[in-house]
Design a protein. Sequence first.
Length: 131
Amino acid sequence: MEHDATQELRVPAGGSTSVSDEVVEKIAVAAAKSVPGVAELGGDIARFFNAVLDRVGLDQVGDARRGCSAHVTDGSAVVNLVLVIDAGYPVPQVTNEVRAAVASAIEAYGLLPAEINIRVDDVAMGSPAPI
């Protein structure tokens, strides 16, 4: 039952549980957005298209996984995130907190976080500075 988007997890009671790459992407995005200092996820082009979708009333299209890709293999997940960080937040602090939040969220779903790669694509200048 293994294919590109779904990975089976072996369970001792018989049967199997499959976790798709898309599920891991949604989990990772939710965890990353919960970290103070993360303004948005996604690169310039993704954010541009999302702004267009917002204007035509399709503001929820693509939001759940935007700025994230994941691949699950043998119960381990590799996650790639693209972040926009609020101005005034230290990049190392925010990325370390994002990495910890994403790893914890992935582990809660029974997977091992093999890699969590983060690229900071932009800084949101209009955001409030940390207190």
